[in-house]
Design a protein around this ligand. Structure first.
Ligand SMILES: Nc1ncnc2c1ncn2[C@@H]1O[C@H](COP(=O)(O)OP(=O)(O)OP(=O)(O)O)[C@@H](O)[C@H]1O
Ligand SMILES: Nc1nc2c(c(=O)[nH]1)N=C(CO)CN2
Length: 166
């Protein structure tokens, strides 16, 4: 058993349907809370369409490696194939943090680095995370609210709550 914070993103196909399906599947893994969907400009060097992002808090029967395996299963179920690093994808699921026995799991293994090495600089992770857990702390980096305050204002403001068109 462990608690994890997962970041989900999609920028190809029916983004909202893909995220809804993945979040539904996580119900079987102990989904505790999930954020709304947020539309976010693409982060990184690759030109690509806007993403929808969400964060899920899970507390279930996996260890850290098990959460990564679930992340890959969800990506595969969404038809994801391996492509360009930081490029467009039907579904990307990252393991942001894992906590077991009350302590953060730390790892510098490139197969599973924990906490996720780029989470602290990604408004598309921090804004949805803070929305479901305002007191969240990113191990090694501090309160998520402080990390958000340290990011350029325009990056934070560009993460916009998304609703389906009526
Ligand atoms: N915390 C983590 N969460 C998800 N994948 C991780 C993590 N740490 C290491 N990895 C490894 O990173 C590899 C590449 O993952 P992925 O294709 O999702 O990267 P990316 O989304 O392009 O970049 P980023 O990791 O910056 O979001 C995975 O196969 C996985 O083994
Ligand atoms: N806004 C946003 N940008 C990204 C995302 C993502 O989920 N959201 N995922 C990426 C894959 O590495 C690259 N860039």
């Amino acid at each position: 058993m462990s608690r994890a914070v997962l970041s989900l993103g999609a920028n190809l196909g029916d983004r909202a349907a893909t995220l809804a399906e993945a979040l539904e599947a996580l119900a079987a893994d102990g989904l505790v809370a999930r954020s709304a969907l947020f539309e976010t400009p693409p982060w990184g060097p690759v030109e690509q369409p806007a993403y929808l992002n969400a964060v899920a808090l899970v507390d279930g029967p996996h260890d850290a490696a098990g959460w990564l395996a679930r992340a890959h299963e969800l990506e595969q179920a969404a038809g994801r194939t391996r492509e360009v690093r930081w490029g467009a994808r039907t579904l990307d699921v990252d393991v942001v943090t894992v906590e077991a026995d009350g302590a953060a799991v730390l790892s510098d293994d490139p197969v599973l680095t924990l906490p996720h090495p780029r989470a602290h600089e990604r408004a598309f992770v921090l804004v949805p995370w803070a929305s479901v857990d305002p007191a969240a702390v990113l191990p090694g980096h501090g309160p998520v609210a402080d990390l958000l305050a340290a990011l350029p204002r325009e990056e934070v403001d560009a993460v916009i709550r998304w609703e389906p068109r009526p």
